[in-house]
Design a protein around this ligand. Structure first.
Ligand SMILES: Cc1cc2nc3c(=O)[nH]c(=O)nc-3n(C[C@H](O)[C@H](O)[C@H](O)COP(=O)(O)O)c2cc1C
Length: 360
């Protein structure tokens, strides 16, 4: 079966590179994102198209399965927050081969996002510059949507602060996070508190130690059985990162998503994804793993385009991974390619499960 899947993936990679990508990359990126969401909703809407998608893209192997924080993951690769902002693709993503997906980021109030254009490709950097500004339907509407959904794989909920002047004051910002956190306290497998959106009105106030403490104190009071992650910026100084880790130890934080988009560029508005963030993300994963002495869960994210890229993040200390940009540049068969490649890399290293991979 392995050689058949390899050939299947090669055919899709060729078709994507030579037919789909040249057309898609000639069109406005946000339009392509909207169309991809529409097609994805259709493919996820009935058992026949779901089974077809599974046949085209899925891949499973026992050595990729793991239990993290009591949640079963069939492989380490998840869809990162920002692709399925309004949680409309939860039925399809498991068929594309993702073990899990993180929907959102979702805010307390509905949010129209920043004025267009707000998404650009930087092909030379294999990156996307994102200035969406937390466009989403808001927590009430999305929670109602997800309450009706039946999940076949874990769904993480990314929450953020509504992007408007009204939430700029610390107390109002916390209230907004609390509203979204409460709305999803019993929906999905885990919650990620996104404190690192590079495009939020008023900056990233909750990377400040005092404000983060105040936010986490309030979130701690909300009953939930779900693990809670904090999503970090790759641009944090060592001092800022140390403070965030110290504060997290005293609160209900089970792990970290490393990382969000980087603002370290000179192209104008927005943050960069993909290869522009990879080295920063890998360095942060390694630091968090060492500083937390391996006693936290790290979801590694940023610039994963191949099995080797994924393996580097696992070796740095991540247990789970996420991606978006790699899929956009390489095609949806990438998830299966990475997972099949990971099985081979683990075999070469002589380990039989993801948790046995030796950290470096
Ligand atoms: C189009 C787009 C939208 C994004 N929106 C969000 C978001 O709403 N919330 C969030 O936490 N991260 C968001 N991100 C960041 C990604 O989740 C991820 O951290 C980053 O892109 C690095 O991964 P990648 O290189 O695999 O894309 C977005 C990224 C992209 C490309």
């Amino acid at each position: 079966m392995e050689p058949v899947i390899k050939i299947r993936n090669k055919i899709f990679a060729l078709a994507y590179r030579n037919i789909f990508k040249p057309v898609a990359f000639a069109i406005d990126p946000e339009k392509v994102h909207d169309w991809a969401t529409l097609v994805g909703r259709f493919l996820g809407s009935n058992p026949i198209t779901r089974a077809f998608t599974r046949l085209m893209f899925d891949y499973s192997h026992p050595s990729l399965e793991q239990e993290v924080l009591g949640i079963h993951f069939k492989n380490p690769i998840g869809l990162s927050a920002g692709f399925d902002k309004n949680a409309q693709l939860t039925a399809l993503m498991p068929c594309v081969g993702f073990a899990y997906e993180e929907v959102g980021s979702i805010t307390g109030e509905p949010c129209e996002g920043n004025p267009k254009p707000r998404l650009w490709r930087h092909k030379d950097l294999k990156s996307i510059r994102v200035y969406y500004g937390l466009l989403n339907d808001g927590c009430e509407k999305i929670a109602a949507r997800l309450q009706k959904a039946r999940f076949t794989s874990p769904v993480g909920i990314s929450i953020a602060k509504t992007n408007n002047p009204e939430t700029c004051e610390t107390d109002a910002g916390i209230e907004d996070y609390v509203k979204a956190f409460k709305a999803f306290a019993h929906i999905g497998a885990y919650t990620t508190v996104n404190i690192s959106c590079p495009n939020a009105y008023g900056g990233q106030p909750f990377t400040d130690a005092k404000k983060l403490k105040a936010l986490l104190q309030e979130l701690d009071k909300i009953p939930t059985k779900k693990p809670v992650f904090l999503k970090l910026s790759p641009d944090l100084s060592e001092g800022e990162l140390n403070e965030i880790l110290d504060i997290s130890r005293a609160h209900r934080i089970d792990g970290f998503v490393c990382t969000n988009l980087t603002k370290k560029h000179h192209f104008g508005d927005g943050g960069l994804s993909g290869k522009a963030v990879e080295a920063l993300a890998n360095a942060q994963i390694r630091t968090v793993y060492q500083k937390m002495k391996g006693k936290t869960v790290i979801i590694g994210c940023g610039g994963i385009f191949s099995a080797e890229d994924a393996y580097a993040k696992l070796k740095a200390g991540a247990s789970l991974l996420q991606l978006i940009t790699g899929m956009i540049y390489e095609g949806p068969q990438l998830i299966s390619e990475i997972n099949q490649g990971l099985v081979e890399l683990m075999k070469k290293e002589g380990v039989s499960s993801v948790s046995e991979i030796k950290r470096t």
